[in-house]
Design a protein around this ligand. Structure first.
Ligand code: AMP
Ligand code: MN
Ligand code: MN
Length: 319
């Protein structure tokens, strides 16, 4: 039985010709995989589609269709779809000349339902998994390329099927995506294992000043590290997922200094804590086990404020 919202989405897709499919800044594999998976499905249905990521698509060079990703959209659109994004600010400036999105597809528990239609399912591990469930009822089919993109989103947000929200049903979805032609081994390695030499040296800078205190592990990456090593992006090269391997720690944090007097903070934790609330409190968002925020201030100042609040969260949970 198709739900009413699926019928409305299907009708709007059918009636529209020109699409914008957009996700969040500093895109992860769920953002890239969902933009590509939905974008390619719409193209296969004969639609004109602009797939847009403010930071471009280069990072997703291992996924089919990445070359078509634009940094800015142009011209009119009949239907604007935002995927894997909890609030309009996270889209960056790419939708500045456009109105409210017609459809938001997301799984963040902090989602603000900022679309005209909102398919928001916080119990899902990835936006790509939501798309897997809904695409057929929207009149869109999943070919081998789309399956690879959706599998990439699932592998990314579950860090290779390692998060506590992975269950047998998700593995069955992944198996269907493999049956459809999804290339698990390639995307797993590209996303989670392979790193450039420069990114690995950048990790080294962060690991060299790793700190631990009472169940918290954290480090920072500075603009000076980035310059010295020649790391080209403003992200942490996924170092936070390395920190979350520290056995003694219940919460791992990383502070990445940004050029505009702000700091990108990421939290990671296990099943017994929920770090989404603290990220939200600092103007960010995310999931129980993985959350982030862009916080104004110097590295030292943001570190002090965030560590203080995170310690409170730990104290409230420990009996
Ligand atoms: P990250 O720490 O950037 O890997 O992000 C972890 C999770 O939190 C992802 O699901 C992100 O989409 C979400 N997130 C990160 N930064 C923000 C932010 N500034 N606002 C809202 N959500 C965020
Ligand atoms: Mn994402
Ligand atoms: Mn996601």
């Amino acid at each position: 039985m198709t739900k009413e919202i699926d019928q409305r989405v299907a009708a709007q897709i059918k009636a529209s010709e020109k699409f914008l499919v957009v996700s969040h800044v500093r895109p992860d594999a769920d953002a890239g995989g969902s933009v590509l998976g939905l974008g390619l499905a719409l193209k296969n249905a004969g639609k004109t589609v602009q797939m847009v990521l403010a930071d471009g698509g280069e990072k997703f060079h291992y996924l089919p269709g990445w070359e078509a990703i634009l940094e800015m959209p142009s011209g009119a659109a009949d239907m604007i779809i935002v995927v894997d994004c909890s609030d309009p600010d996270r889209v960056g400036s790419v939708l500045a000349d456009y109105g409210k999105p017609h459809l938001v597809v997301d799984h963040h528990k902090t989602n603000l339902a900022f679309g005209e239609l909102n398919v928001v399912e916080p119990e899902q591990v990835a936006t790509a998994a939501i798309l897997f469930d809904h695409l057929p009822s929207w009149g869109l089919s999943i070919d081998a390329d789309i399956a690879t993109c959706l599998l990439a989103g699932i592998v990314g947000d579950t860090i290779g099927f390692r998060t506590p929200n992975v269950d047998a049903e998700l593995m069955r979805k992944a198996a269907v995506l493999m049956d459809l032609g999804g290339d698990l081994s390639k995307i797993y390695n590209e996303e989670l294992v392979m790193r450039s030499f420069i990114a690995t040296r950048y990790w080294g800078a962060g690991l060299a000043r790793l700190e631990y205190e009472q169940s918290l592990v954290w480090t920072s990456l500075t603009l000076a590290d980035k310059d010295e090593i020649g790391y080209p992006s403003d992200d942490d090269a996924d170092l936070v997922n390395v920190l979350s391997a520290v056995r003694e720690a219940k919460i791992a944090l990383i502070f990445v200094e940004q050029p505009n007097n702000s700091v990108k903070v990421s939290w990671r934790t296990g099943p017994e804590f929920d770090v989404s609330g603290i990220a939200y409190q600092f103007g960010g968002g995310g999931h129980a086990a993985a959350a982030g925020a862009d916080i104004e201030g110097t590295l030292a100042d943001v570190k002090r404020r965030v560590l203080r609040e995170t310690r409170k969260l730990l104290a409230n949970n420990t009996h």
